[in-house]
Design a protein around this ligand. Structure first.
Ligand code: P6P
Length: 351
């Protein structure tokens, strides 16, 4: 029997044998979105998003194979920020750059793995910033890693320079990540909410599995590398101390830290809580990069109803001074992040 949407299997409509016959693929979602977002759309943005999804599928394929073909291990080079480059870092970067070039819609690419911006020939209208394999230091341990990306429109009349991306995160028109774990999970915003897709490797399609994602307003979970506590400033130290030793006698928060930003943020989006990589006296501006880690995650979290701040400033309002600029970051549930904002406000008012 078919109701036009779900076909019940031989066992009847018991849920177990139901076969969904009207699934929403990422391609279909993007086309629906295009007609919703910009009726005069030329289709360029849609083609860009389709090139992005190809890159994610190809990277996912290589990560799945990594253990089998011994791709895991150091590639013998270092990237712009001095990290040891894993073989997959290099492969992921090459896949991403080639996919953006082949789209014909991109003019500028910024990659964590590239010292300088990449400018393509042609009349591409978009700039894409990305960390091709974030968290790659965890790869050998089988921990989920991911590609993080953000999209700006090329400035009018620009031939493609760093100025096209040294802009506040509020000017990003799309952002997201694909987390490569048991399956590949793509979480995407184009400025109209957040939607999650899961790669069906048999179909080779990302399927809409998490429509209209909203982050819980609060959750007693904190996610930070407490090994850096000694380097944190007083407001940050006081904030985490209060989560562990609640002044009102309530139950202490749970600590969850994977050490892979995509995995920690994905959990925070789904369960709520706060993720933090604060600026610290050791690294001054913190470890995470503004353009292709902080901005995309901040855009996603805000679109899902959460907050993202340095403690004193909204992340998306920051204007980067160079393409690999770093920033401290607290992001997550509105009521959890508001507590750190209040902690800094109280500290600053007492100075
Ligand atoms: P730490 C991974 O190397 C990464 O760039 C992010 O994915 C992650 O959030 C952070 O660094 C972890 O850094 O100092 O806690 O190992």
């Amino acid at each position: 029997m078919s109701n036009g949407f779900t076909t019940s299997g031989p066992g009847g409509a018991d849920g177990i044998n139901e076969i969904k016959t009207d699934i929403v693929t990422l391609t279909r979602f993007i086309l629906d979105e295009q007609s919703r977002v910009a009726s005069n759309a030329t289709g360029d943005f849609t083609l860009l998003l389709n090139s992005l999804q190809f890159a994610f599928k190809f990277i996912a394929h290589n990560i799945r194979r990594a253990t089998l073909v011994n791709l895991i291990g150091l590639a013998g080079a270092t990237n712009s920020t001095g990290d040891d480059q894993k073989k997959l870092d290099v492969i992921g970067d090459d896949i991403f750059i080639n996919a953006m070039r082949a789209s014909g819609k991109v003019k500028v690419v910024v990659s964590e793995e590239q010292d300088e911006i990449i400018v393509f020939d042609g009349d591409g209208k978009y700039c894409v910033v990305n960390d091709p394999i974030d968290g790659s230091s965890n790869l050998d341990a089988g921990v989920s890693v991911g590609t993080i990306f953000g999209v700006y429109k090329l400035q009018p009349g620009s031939t493609g320079t760093a100025a096209d991306v040294l802009r506040p995160g509020t000017e990003m028109i799309a952002a997201g990540y694909t987390m490569y774990g048991a399956s590949a999970n793509l979480v995407l915003t184009t400025g109209f909410g957040v939607n999650g897709f899961t790669l069906d490797t048999a179909l080779g399609e990302f399927i809409l599995t998490h429509p209209d994602m909203k982050i819980p307003k609060k959750r007693a979970i904190y996610s930070a590398n407490e090994g850096n506590t000694i380097y944190w400033d007083k407001p940050t130290q006081d904030y985490f101390h209060k989560l562990k030793y609640p002044e009102d006698g309530s139950k202490p928060y749970s600590a969850r830290y994977i050490g892979s930003m995509v995995a920690d943020v994905h959990r925070t989006l789904l369960y709520g809580g706060i993720f933090a990589y604060p600026a610290d006296s050791k690294s001054k501006n913190g470890k995470l990069r503004l353009l292709y880690e902080c901005f995309p995650m901040a855009m996603l979290v805000e679109q899902a109803g959460g907050l993202a701040t340095t403690g004193r400033k909204r992340i998306l309002d920051i204007v980067p001074t160079q393409i690999h600029a770093r920033s401290g970051i607290f992001l997550g549930s509105e009521l959890e992040v508001q507590k750190i904002i209040d902690e800094y406000k109280k500290f600053d008012e007492a100075q």
